[in-house]
Design a protein around this ligand. Structure first.
Ligand SMILES: Cc1cc2nc3c(=O)[nH]c(=O)nc-3n(C[C@H](O)[C@H](O)[C@H](O)COP(=O)(O)OP(=O)(O)OC[C@H]3O[C@@H](n4cnc5c(N)ncnc54)[C@H](O)[C@@H]3O)c2cc1C
Length: 383
């Protein structure tokens, strides 16, 4: 039984902004026994298309979904789990936690110090630029959400200042192929969680600076600053009504460039050793991220220069209903490749759950197959 508090594809219906498209190409939209079969495998789905895609899967797969059913508590019992829901209680020998990795925006405590005259939004509140006052906007965070919103809000005619911390830079197209084709073909995305040296770090990495657009454009910091977006450092503090930004942009940029180039080296090496060189076009390298000649270190939050802040600072899961001691002190689930440290309890859809691709739709199929094997063996051992 699949319990869903809203409708099928709820997160895509309720928690995304209007213009969002997937940053994964259509051919990577696949679920067990079901895949995109349209005419544009290299395109990127709009939200309406994602909702249709997942809704059709629910029908085709015959998934026993109970919608409008919120799980309010899960507790252990002698025989498995007691699941309380808004539609009554259930008991179950196994439970798969597939409630998502992005249930709530993750906003730093700096928010408390922002003057009341500034309108603060998270990506869950933001739908399109008309939600914002006609004035300058500070966007905090330069991962996938931050760069996409910076681009859209800048195009709406508002002055945009983008505060940049650690980020992952990627070109959209590399050697004539989508960069996510390279991630897949070269095996990077399939790297298993138990082969990764620093798994905690891998699980906490920000999303890549990518956008899915019909033009297949690269949306890195060079593109944004060339368009007129002002780049500033990490939002570090608020003092006397001023936002203070750290001065470490040069280092942040150098690190992101270095990591991107290392990844491109991996792709090139794979193409060479797998005799794919002629098929994919010549190797490319990109201009280093340009450091602004004098990036400012402060911004007055009271003089009207900006009147809104969009916190594109990431998302976190919500396990407030899970009454089992498997959550760490940062609010994340303790698990080993999706096998949670409680008999018969499993998780799916979390970052680098079993592979680097686990947090994407494309990652669900392999993870689900392996976890279901484990779950079936567990049930058999108990029968
Ligand atoms: C802004 C953004 C953009 C993204 N872009 C891409 C992309 O381009 N490509 C890609 O592959 N992935 C993308 N992702 C990641 C994407 O969200 C995941 O790949 C996918 O949604 C994971 O599916 P899921 O079912 O595990 O989680 P979710 O889609 O989050 O689904 C979890 C479901 O659980 C329900 N739920 C939660 N709590 C309860 C409860 N207590 N009781 C009952 N139901 C509950 C929710 O309503 C929701 O429907 C993006 C994520 C975000 C936030």
């Amino acid at each position: 039984m699949v319990l869903e508090r809203g409708e099928v594809a709820n997160s895509w219906r309720r928690e995304r902004w209007d213009s969002l498209r997937l940053l994964t190409p259509n051919w990577q939209s696949r679920l067990p026994g079901y895949r995109y079969e349209g005419a544009d495998p290299d395109g990127y789905m709009t939200m309406g298309e994602v909702i249709d895609f997942i809704s059709r899967f629910a029908v085709v797969s015959g998934a026993p979904v109970r919608t409008q059913t919120t799980v309010t508590s899960v507790r252990r019992t002698d025989r498995g789990y007691h699941v309380a829901t808004s539609q009554g209680d259930l008991s179950s020998r196994t439970v798969v936690l597939a409630s998502g990795a992005c249930n709530a925006p993750s906003v730093p405590s700096l928010l408390q110090a922002i003057p009341a005259s500034i309108q603060c939004l998270t990506p869950f509140d933001y739908r399109n630029p008309t939600d914002l006052p006609e004035a300058g906007v500070l966007i905090v965070g330069a991962s996938a959400t931050g760069v996409q919103l910076a681009d859209e809000i800048h195009r709406s005619g508002r002055r945009v200042t983008l505060s940049v911390g650690e980020h992952v830079r990627l070109p959209r197209i590399y050697r004539n192929r989508d960069v996510l084709w390279w991630m897949d073909a070269s095996g990077v995305w399939n790297q298993r969680y138990d082969e990764i040296d620093d798994l905690t770090r891998a699980r906490g990495l920000p999303s890549p600076q990518l956008v899915g657009s019909p033009q297949r454009t690269t949306l890195d910091l060079n593109a944004l600053s060339a368009a007129g977006v002002e780049i500033v450092g990490r939002f570090a503090a608020v003092r006397n009504g001023r936002a203070l930004f750290s001065g470490g942009l040069r280092n942040q940029f150098a690190l992101a460039d270095l990591k991107m180039n290392r990844l491109l080296d991996t792709f090139d090496e794979w193409a060479r050793t797998h005799s794919r060189e002629t098929e994919v076009g010549p190797a490319e390298r990109y201009e280093a991220t340009r450091v602004p000649p004098s990036s400012r270190l402060g911004l007055d939050l009271r003089n009207g220069e900006i009147r809104s802040i969009v916190w594109a600072t990431g998302f976190r899961p919500d396990y407030s209903w899970l009454h089992i001691p498997v959550i760490d002190d940062k609010g994340y689930l303790r698990h080993n490749g999706g096998v949670v440290d409680a008999p018969g309890l499993y998780a799916l859809g979390l970052p680098v759950l079993r592979r680097r691709k686990s947090s994407f739709i494309y990652g669900a199929e392999d993870d689900a197959r392996e976890l279901i094997d484990h779950l079936a063996a567990y049930l058999q051992s108990k029968s």
